[in-house]
Every structure is written in C-alpha cells, then in structure tokens.
Design a protein. Structure first.
Lengths: 896, 410
C-alpha cells in the first residue's frame, strides 16, 4: 500500500485537509487530515465521499476538436497551436479586448497565476474573469472599500473565543459544515456563546441557533444600518479606535440614521418583529467579541457590496476587528477563491492584491514580470463578458474549470453566446457538460487527486493540494496548457515553467515585491526562495507570511489598514431594494443556493451514491400555502418561469420557506435533468460595484406542470432519453451500482410493456422480464433480471404518490441474487416485512434512513447522542444533526 | 314417537358432505337410508385424477365407507340404484327390488359424462371419466395400448390426458375450441398451460371437431370433420358432463337442464330436495365441488330446523389437478363492462395472474404458476369487499396488500 498523501478538499472555502491513500490507479481511501488546522481531521459528508467521486467515467482524456460532425481527437501540439494561433490572430485583428479567459475558483493558485499573467501582462487585456465573480466579488469590493485591500481579517480560531456569532446569508450548516461544527463545539464548551442566523429561509443552521431573523430578501443594509444607528445611539462605540484608525464614521452613522429611522421602521423594512430585532441589536451591543460571518446571501445581490460594508461599518464603529474573537468574516464558497483573489484573477484586479487602476501598481507588476504590456483598464466582468461574447465584441474565449452555461444568470443567453462565439476553448476534466457542448477545442485537465499546487482557504491559509493518483490519458495541468499557449504566442521566456513550485515562487516573490513602498497585507515574502523540496513539504500556513521565524501577525492588529492614509473606511450607505421586485405578473421571489450534499454542477458529487441520498432531485421549495394558492402539490411538478427562462422541477412544500419566497438549488443541469438549470431563471442584474449577480432575488411565477404519467427507472446502465419523446421531464440520480431516473410524460403509453422494454433495452423475447399492469388505471411496473439479479426496473403511474418508495429497490442492486419471494417484492417496491424499509436517507455518512430513525425515536430514543450511539447517525460529519433534532421533535410530538 | 325417515338417492360427494353436515347439526334426528349405484362407499371424486396418474391409490381416496355411516346410525345401501319413486306414496324402489318409505327425500344423483353423438361412440375402448370403474378401465388399457385420444380440453379432459400420459401413453387432446380450459382461463393463461403440457409430451389438436370414432371390434382411430384421423387405442369422452336427471324426470319433478330447485334447494315437490350436479339453481347447474358443499350445508341446516337457511349461488373456483401445474381460477374473469384487468406476468417463473375488478371489487381471478394466494382472492371475491384502496397491491397478495395504504407514505 502506498503512503498517505496530505492534500486538501476540492469543495468549499473551508479548505479542509484530506489524507488520501491511493488504492489503485483511480481509487483512494479518504480521511480527514488530523494535522490540518482548518478541520483537525474532521470531514463533512461531501469530503468523506470524495473516494466515490474518483474514476474515469465521463472523463475528458485527450484534446478534442468538437464540431457539429462530432468529436475529433487531436494532439496537444495541434490543440495548443490552434488555441495560440487563434487567440493571437483575433487579438491582432480586433485588439486584445476581443479575447477573454473565464476561469474558476477551483483552479490552483499556480494555474490562476499563469492565466492572469498571460492575459494582463502579455495579451494585454484584463478580460480575465472567474466564477468567483458569482460568489464573493461583493466581499472583495467591500474589503477594498473598507480596508484598501481584499483582506479577510478573521481566523477560524476566533469562533472558539467569540461571544456572539452572527451568520448572515449563510447556511453554514450545509455549505461549510466543518465550520458550523466548530461553532457548535464552541457553543457546547461555552453555552453563553450566542448564535444568531439572519436569513430569509429557516435553514438547517437555524436549528441550533439562539435566534433566527428571517429578514426580507435584500433588506440587509436596512438591518445593519439600523444596527449602526442603534450602536451609535447607545454609545457602543470604540471612540478611540474610530478616531485613530478610521475615516467616514460620521457620514456613515448619519446615512444610517437618515435611511433607517426608528427601530420600528427598520423592523418593518426588514419584515421582522420589532422585539426580535431589538434582541439582536442588544446582543450585538453587549458582546464585545462578535464574529459576523457572511456568505452568498450577502454577496449575491445588486447591493452586495453595500451589504458587506454595512456589516464592516458596525465592526469598525465598535472597533471589533483585528483582535481575537471578532471581525467581519467573509466565508468563501470555493476551494481557491482566495488564491484567485491573491493572484488577481478578477478582471478588475491586477496581481498580488495590487490595483489595476493605479499606475504605480501597474508599473510594479510590469517591471516584475518584465512584460511587453500591462492591461490598463478593468476587463469585462462575468455577466458583461458573456454579453460581449453574445454581441460579438469578444470573439474568442477560453473557459477553464467552470460551467457557465449552468452557473451564470440568464444562463440560456450564456449558452447562446457561446454557440455564436467564433472560438470557444474549454479546459475541463469532464467530457460532456452543458458548457463543453459549446466548445470548439476541448483540453483535458488534471482532476483533483492528480493535480499539484496550492490553494488558499477562507482564513488566508495556504495549503498544498497534492497528487496521489497518476495523470490519466493525456490530461495536463491547466498551468501547463496556459504556459504552452503563452510560449506559442511568442512569450517564451516568461512562461518557461517546468514545475508548479517555480510558479508559486514567482507568485510569492511578486507578493513581496516593493512592499516597503506599497505595503500590502498579502505578503508571502517567507516563501520567495522556496525550492522544489520545500514546496513539496510545504505545511499549511497563513499570510501575511514574512519569514519562517517571524510570528504570523493578524491582519490589522496594529490598526493600520492598506489605504493610502492607513485608515479603514466607514461608508455612508443608502439601502436599495433588489432591482427586480415581485409584482402581479411575477409574484414570487426565487432564491437559489447550495444543498448539503452537492457541489456546484455535480460533475463530481453527482457520481457519489451516498451524496445523492439527501436530496436526490431538483426541487422547488415553497411554503405549503403558496403551493395551495398556485395549484401545486407536494411531489408534483411545477414550471417556474421568470422573464429570462424557465425550469420544471418537483415541488417540495416546506414551512422553512417564508410565504412568497421560493428556493431552488443551483446544482442541476442538462446532464442530469431535463429542465432544472436554475441559472436560466436568474435575472442578469449585478451589483454596480462588484458586478456580482443577484442570484438570491428573481421574481418568478409558478404553475403546475401537467403530465399524464409519472415514472421512475432504476437501471445498471445509463438510459439514453430521446430528446423528442413522450418523456416531458426527467432527472437522473446516481445510486450504488445503478442510475435512477425520475420521469414524467404526456400522452398515453399505448403498450406499456413494449414501451418499457424499449426504454430499458430489454427487447429480447427471452429476457427475464416480470411485470404487473393495470391498464385501466394506467399503472405499470416491470423488472428486468439477469441471472436473478436486478438489471433494471420501471414503475409508471398517473399519480406521483402511487409510485413506491425508491430506497428499498435501490438496495437490491448491491444484493445477492434474488430469491423467488423477492421477485414479487420487486414489483411491490418494498419487502414483505415493513420494517425492512429504511426510508429516505438522513445520515449520509452511515446511510441511516428516516424510517429507521423514527422507529428508534418511537421506541424511546430521545436525544441525538443516544440516536448516534444506537444507529451511528450524526456521529461522523454531524451535518444531519439538525435534521435528527427536527425528527426527534416531530416524532415525539406524534407519540404524544 | 318415531323419527322422520330420510331417504337419500345417490352416494357421491354431495351426499357424503350432506350427511356430515346433518350429523353435525342434528345427530340422530332422522332415520337415514342412503342408496348408491356404485358398489362401494363414498369417495373423493376429485382425486380420481391422481389415481389415474398413479399418484394415489383407490383406497386413499375413499372417504365414507359403510362403517362411517353405520357409526352414525345411517344405513348405506351400495350397488343398489334407485329406479323409481312414487311421490304420492312417498316410496322408492331400487334395482334389487327393495322399497322404502320416506318423509324427506334428498336427490343427489350427480352427473354423467357427455358422450358426443358421433358414430362409433359405443365401441369398446371408448370410456368416460367419471367414476372408479372408468379409471380402472383406463389404467387397464394403458398397460397394453399406445395411443390415447382425449376428447375435451376442459378440466376433466386435461386431467385424464395427463394421467394417461403418466401411464406411458401417447396422448392427444382434441378440443372444439381454440384454447384449452376456455371456461376457466383467459387466453394468456391458457397458452401458458398448453405450452407447459406440450413440454411434458401432451399433444393437442384444436380447434377440431370430432366426426366419428373409427374401428371395427375396437376403437382404432378418431376421425375429424375435415376427413383426417389420428390413431387411437383408447378414447376418453371428457367433453363435459350432463346432470343425471333421468330419475327426477321419471318422478315428474320440474326439470330443465337439471332438476329445478329454489333457494331452499327444494324441488317442485316440497318433500324432495335436490343438491349437487343434478340440481339447477337459478338457471345454473354446477360442476364443481365447492358449490355442492355449500348446497349440502344449506340443506343440512334446513333439515336441522333452520327454516331460514338459503342457498344464494356460488362463486366458482377451479384448480387443475395436474402435478407441476398450479392453476386456479375463480369468478367472472372474462371481464365485461366496468371491468378492469390487473395482470402480473413473470414468464421466467411461469407465473401469470389476472384479477378482474369491477367498480372497486374483485370479481374474477386467474392464477397460473403461483396459487398460494388463491384462498385470499377467493375470500375477497365471495365477500364482495371494497378493495379499491389496495388496488395497486392486490396482485401481490395479502403479505403486501395487507400493509394498507398508509405504510407507503412513510
């Protein structure tokens, strides 16, 4: 057996350390890295399931030329020459602004650095933007406006000593589970620690919170302006700090008081009860050590930057920053969003936290690179970039490691843009995504586990991401492909990298370059001489990192900020409503976000059966009364329309949604569902400062999507669902040794048997095919067995709730050959003894089902701890603990 | 005071069951005389098929011998058929010349094989399949003869054919219809069964109309209306049964196909009851054992003093007694208006089930290959219970349907 390799998780911005031991060329055992400061050995369910996401199924292994005639495999030389030649030609013919890169917070810092250098220093345009624009560019803008530099001034360890943690627009329990567990551990150790959740939805994070403020979507600035005014009125001000280290406090407070008025008025503006709001303001005023965690609920807004500054204002007025246990804490969503920010991977940044719009900064960077040119004005931000592609201003784009056809707002337009674009290059690890379908050249990238470099997490901790699997096929690192193109465009010397450590060392040197004249918090001076060996052995470290011996100083601990005058800025902010408000035509507000067990567009998590168990399908989450009002049924299908596009998904009624607000997850796309790209619905409205889209607020309407029948299929082999068929809607879900398809259709299936056998490729007359039909009721069930093992099965009914539960059937795919009695059970969809059906999965780590848990609760198990002792549920990653608590409360109330 | 005298004509399964029921309800209340044509006690006629197939011996199917009756104070006169009844004098006469008075008469003369009215039907080698004598004749023939032709693809014919095949004969079933067991099975089940029996070695000729039994001193072949013929050393007439009502007619009782009875199973003479295959109740003459048992019970209740006892007809259920074949049918399975089919097929296991629903109730069932749940379906059918709520589980039997609709939602 090979030795364990210390690397980091490829998912969220917590940046957990992972210890991976290869068990084969495409498999590995994954456990948490006990040495890593971010997680100390713990992993959430997504991280725990990383081993299930490996394997070459669907991988892009060779460079391809893609056209209407199909895919043609080409050599790397051909591919790179084509890319370099075309980019060069278009940049020469139409100017450098006619080309662009669109990259990703999942690139390693080294990839990011080379991409940024090539574009800004050599091609000579700032048209490089990243999916981080969609995620935390408002935080970047807020930080720069307040601190003069994009710096997150808080560490995870601050949770351990905080008195109050405020989660704003962050379902930390699901999106950053390891941080949430850390907060809960702190609360358990010090019950006086308060947790307040500010979120329109009653998320899982609320389960263990002391207070939940379900504010009206987009009203955050009212709330924090109100807080600023309250703090001011109640004298909760660090007068000395404000005087010595800030500017703009007077104007900020005046604007806050002017815009918010009385507390009652604030409460009304935010849709909150006055008492609840006062309670929160009092807590905030009382607790010196406050960490305000904010995430996409704050950032993804047309006033996202102002929201960020409204939070920072409160911390600056009270001087609660730069000291243990306090500060405004932007938690990022991607594994290397922070690394991307450090290298300047956004179109309005330069590099190493230097400003594109500052001539002195430009000179610094150009001198350092010795580059022929340097971009002089900001490039196109993501949404604008795709608009420019759409109308032909940008004629060539290289997309690396991201899936904009799914993730951008107004995503149908993004697709149309790529379809009409002259030259689209996509580097990816997956051959078929909604975006690679639009490519002309496909470049095979190394995947997690194969690539080698560094990432930075939400607390400025730089960690190595290391390879533990061999590179498959012809896959190459993205930095290599970028450097090769740079060389082939004629910039040889500047891109003569052989190893990632050479790139990282250059990056570290740039960060330290001329710090005396232009001081920045971001400084890796201590790594400027890093050699290959030291790079290989690099342990996680936080910046600023000046030397191996100097202690890491907390940013802003000395009260000095990165502005010209060294003072932090409080900003006068006027609250603004979201750009598009609900009206009679579009009466509901769509919010979007992540689920607990999925990641982005599911190219990785979608392959893990246990991650599929929690929320297998795309859903519309809606309050039951709204569902009633718009004629929707729980479990039925709904069409959701906005001015920009539409989706069709299943309805989930839940009181976690406030009336008139609906929610959809961002993960599904055309690869795994017929009509579930939420991006197609989202309004292409952006924050004027950050350019971050307003993903959390799109007016929509909903209506029942009428179908004549519902069905599901479980099959060992993927189905090919014909595009034009009687199947009007579908979703594919990965199971253990099978794929599950939920289907719905229109029209009458004349011959169920023939239809089903064709769909499941079981037309052979001697196929072991058993079936039960009720033609009058349009009910049909069939199973195909091969050597007494289930090969596939199909269940069809005019009513969704007539179909049996999927869980028990799913288990049959990993069972021994079926006994005769099981064959009948197969078509019933459940075993003869009801106790054997575990129900929908709640604990993904140990695969514990709802029925099992409820049975234990009914039998008297009354706490999460005893449930864990009994069934193991909730004892690994803990992310199902909120649901376990809810089940306990619910089941026990039934019993009473 | 002397007891009422009860005379029973016929000693088949109906009589045996009627006597059991009567003895259970009113032991010794009547002075009972039973007259049977066959020279032995009562036996389970259903089990003649296994006897023919060599799976059971004759002794094993005897159920009510003379001693059984004697122990219960009843007199059995076997081998002595009743030849005449004088209703006015309430007196009967037997073949041996015996005569007896009765206060109550039970007529249970059963049925006779239907013999096709074709030339040659009386040739030696042509037998019916009705009683122990027929079975013994067939067993005897099978020892030397090679070709057997069974005319009739109904329950009886198939059982006879199967038995003879087991006895080593090469058997062809000749049937007028295009499928076997058309009264008990729908087309798919019928085809499954035919395929199964063919695999066992049985041959089928259908649809085929028998024109003549050919031969001089003995049967030699069976000829068809198209002029073709097939060799036959033994011909079994199993094309159906006819109620044996010669005696009833001669007594002047009202008769149509059978002797007509009302819901109390009384004939046109209030002193005479009729049960079994010779009775015609509400236009129906039954040919299966279950209705006959039900009639026996109702009759016994009345004789035991329950004047309210009524027979309202039976739901029919059939099982085929052929080893290796599980086949069951009950109720009205040929559908009709308002009728829906629920169908289960598992060809690998050779299982076919069809349930016929009519407005939320089960009205018919055909089970082939797996008849474990037959009784449960029969209960649902006879009780007329509303089963719409478990409709989508009905095919899967009580282990699943019994869970109720609530379990699914969990």
């Amino acid at each position: 057996m090979t030795a364990a390799v210390a690397t980091t998780c490829p998912y969220c911005g917590v940046g957990c350390g992972v210890s991976a031991t290869a068990t084969g060329p495409q498999s590995a055992e994954i456990i948490g890295d006990a040495q890593h400061p971010a997680n100390r050995g713990r992993l959430c369910v997504k991280g725990s399931a990383l081993g299930e996401t490996l394997g070459l199924q669907g991988r892009l292994l060779h460079p391809l030329r893609r056209s209407a005639d199909g895919d043609q495999q080409i050599s790397w030389d051909q591919a790179l020459d084509t890319v370099a030649g075309t980019f060069k030609r278009i940049a020469e013919d139409h100017g450098p602004d006619a080309v662009a890169f669109y990259v990703s917070g999942q690139l390693l810092t080294e990839d990011y650095y080379v991409a940024n250098k090539l574009m800004k220093g050599y091609i000579g345009t700032a048209n490089i933007d990243t999916n981080s624009r969609l995620c935390m560019s408002s935080a970047v803008a807020g930080h720069k406006r307040a601190f003069g530099e994009d710096v997150v001034p808080v560490d995870y360890a601050d949770f351990d000593v905080a008195d109050l943690i405020v989660l704003v627009g962050s379902n930390t329990a699901w999106c950053h589970p390891i941080l949430f567990q850390r907060m809960l551990a702190a609360k358990q150790a010090r019950p006086e620690l308060q947790i307040v959740v500010i979120d329109p939805r009653r998320t899982a994070s609320c389960e263990q919170a002391d207070q939940h403020l379900p504010l009206r979507p987009g009203s955050d600035v009212w709330l924090f302006n109100g807080l600023l005014a309250y703090l001011h009125q109640h004298g909760v001000i660090d007068t000395r700090f404000v005087a010595d280290h800030t500017a703009g406090a007077g104007a900020a407070v005046a604007a806050a008081e002017h815009s918010t008025g009385s507390l009652a008025h604030v409460a009304r503006s935010c849709g909150l009860a006055e008492d609840a709001l006062r309670r929160f303001y009092q807590s905030f005023a009382r607790c010196e050590r406050v960490v305000t965690v904010f995430s996409q609920g704050v950032n993804q807004s047309s006033s996202g930057s102002d929201k960020v500054n409204s939070i920072i204002n409160c911390h600056l007025l009270t001087g609660r920053i730069g000291r243990p246990g306090m500060g405004p804490f932007s938690v990022t969503g991607q594994p290397n969003a922070m690394g991307g920010r450090e290298v300047g991977g956004l179109c309005n940044q330069l590099a190493a936290h230097l400003d594109l719009e500052d001539a002195g900064h430009r000179t610094l960077v150009q001198d350092f690179w010795q580059s022929p040119r340097i971009a002089e004005r900001p490039g196109l931000k993501a949404v604008d970039l795709f608009d420019a592609i759409h109308d032909g201003r940008v004629k060539a784009v290289w997309i690396i490691g991201t899936n904009p056809v799914v993730s951008l707002p107004n995503a149908d337009k993004a697709r149309a843009a790529l379809q009409r674009c002259e030259f689209v290059v996509v580097s990816d690890v997956v051959r078929d995504t909604d975006t690679t379908r639009c490519a002309h050249i496909l470049l095979p990238a190394l995947a997690w586990g194969e690539k080698d470099g560094t990432v930075t997490n939400s607390e400025r901790c730089v960690s190595r991401q290391r390879a533990f699997l061999p590179a498959p096929g012809e896959a190459q690192a993205d930095w290599w492909a970028l450097a090769q193109v740079g060389q082939r465009m004629g910039f040889g010397a500047a891109f003569d990298y052989q190893q990632p450590h050479q790139i990282f060392r250059e990056h570290a040197q740039l960060s330290a370059h001329r710090q005396a004249e232009i001081p920045r918090q971001f400084n890796l001076a201590g790594l400027a001489d890093l050699d290959a060996q030291a790079y290989a052995a690099l342990q996680p470290l936080q910046w600023p990192y000046l030397s191996a011996t100097a202690p890491v100083e907390r940013p802003f601990a000395n009260g000095r900020y990165s502005t010209a005058d060294g003072r932090a800025r409080l900003l006068p902010l006027l609250p603004r409503l979201p750009v598009n408000m609900a009206n009679d035509e579009w009466p509901l507000v769509l919010n979007s976000g992540r689920l607990r067990d999925q990641w982005h567009t599911m190219t990785r998590t979608g392959r893990s059966p246990r991650l599929a168990g929690h929320r297998p399908e795309p859903e519309l989450e809606i309050h039951p009364q709204d569902a009633l009002m718009w004629g929707l049924r729980h479990g039925g299908l709904a069409r959701i329309s906005s001015r920009w596009g539409q989706c069709v998904v299943r309805v989930r009624t839940t009181t976690e949604q406030v009336r008139r607000q609906v929610f959809m997850a961002i993960h599904w796309n055309d690869q795994n569902a017929s009509d579930a790209r939420v991006g197609a619905l989202v309004n292409p409205v952006v924050d004027p400062v950050s350019g971050e889209p307003e993903f959390k607020h799109t007016p929509v309407r909903v209506e029942p999507f009428f179908v004549d029948w519902y069905a599901f299929v479980l099959t060992r082999h993927a189905l090919r669902i014909p595009r034009a068929s009687d199947i009007a809607w579908w979703t594919a879900i990965q199971g253990e040794q099978f794929r599950r398809y939920e289907l719905a259709g229109r029209g009458r299936i004349e011959d169920f048997s023939a239809w089903s056998r064709a769909l499941l490729s079981a037309q052979a007359p001697d196929a072991d095919w058993l079936e039960a039909s009720d033609v009058a009721e349009l009910q049909y069930r069939a199973a195909h067995l091969v050597e007494d093992r289930i090969e596939s099965c199909v269940f069809i009914s005019p009513r969704a709730d007539d179909l049996p539960a999927r869980e028990w059937l799913s288990g049959l795919f990993i069972q021994a050959p079926l006994q005769e009695l099981d064959r009948i059970s197969l078509l019933v969809g459940q075993p003869a003894t009801p106790g054997a059906d575990p129900g929908p999965q709640v604990c993904a780590c140990f695969g514990v089902g709802r029925n099992t848990i409820c049975a234990a609760i009914r039998a008297g198990t009354a706490s999460v701890e005893t449930l864990g002792a009994q069934l193991r549920c909730g004892t690994n990653c803990g992310s199902c603990v909120p649901e376990l608590k809810a089940l306990i409360a619910q089941t026990r109330s039934e019993v009473r | 005071m002397s007891r009422e005298r009860l005379a029973v004509v016929g000693n088949g399964m109906a009589t045996a069951r009627a006597m059991e029921e009567l003895h259970r309800r009113a032991p010794g209340r009547y002075e009972v005389d039973i007259f049977g044509a066959e020279p032995h006690g009562a036996y389970n006629r259903i089990l003649l098929s296994p006897v023919l197939a060599g799976e059971k011996r004759v002794e094993e199917i005897m159920t009510h011998g003379a001693d059984w009756y004697a122990q219960r104070g009843m007199r059995l006169h076997s081998g002595d058929p009743v030849t005449a009844v004088d209703r006015a004098r309430r007196e009967l006469r037997t073949a041996s010349g015996r005569s007896a008075h009765y206060d109550q008469l039970l007529l249970a003369t059963g049925s006779l094989p239907f013999v096709l009215p074709v030339p040659g039907r009386e040739l030696p080698g042509v037998v019916g399949f009705r009683d122990i004598a027929d079975v013994e004749a067939m067993i005897e023939a099978s020892k030397t003869a090679r070709y057997a032709v069974v005319i009739g693809g109904g329950l009886l014919g198939l059982e006879a054919a199967y038995g003879l095949m087991r006895r080593g004969m090469q058997v062809t079933v000749v049937h007028l219809m295009d499928r076997i067991l058309e009264r008990q099975l729908d087309m798919p089940a019928s085809q499954l069964l035919q395929a199964h029996l063919q695999k066992q070695g049985l041959r089928f000729r259908m649809p085929a109309k028998t024109a003549a039994v050919l031969g001089q001193a003995r049967v030699r072949a069976v000829g068809f209306d198209d002029g073709s013929e097939i060799p036959a050393d033994l011909v079994v007439m199993a094309a159906g049964i006819v109620p044996n009502i010669a005696l009833a007619r001669s007594m002047g009782l009202a008769c149509e196909r059978g002797a007509v009875v009302d819901d109390q199973l009384l004939s046109s003479d209030p002193a005479i009851s009729v049960i079994g295959e010779c009775a015609q109740h509400r236009k129906i003459c039954y040919g299966l054992v279950a209705p006959l048992y039900e009639q026996a019970a109702v009759w016994a209740q009345r004789l035991a003093g329950d004047t309210d006892a009524r027979y309202l007809g039976s739901v029919l259920a059939t099982r085929l007694k052929v080893t290796g074949v599980n086949l069951y049918s009950a109720g009205e399975f040929n559908g009709g208006e308002h009728c829906d089919d629920l169908v289960f097929r598992d060809p690998r296991r050779g299982v076919y089930k069809r349930l016929v629903m009519n407005q939320g109730r089960l009205t018919g069932a055909v089970l082939y290959g797996d008849t474990r749940d037959a009784n449960w379906y029969f209960d649902l059918l006879s009780s007329g219970r509303e089963v719409g709520a478990v409709r989508n589980r009905l095919l899967f039997g009580p282990a699943y349907a019994g869970l109720g609709a609530g379990a699914q939602a969990a």
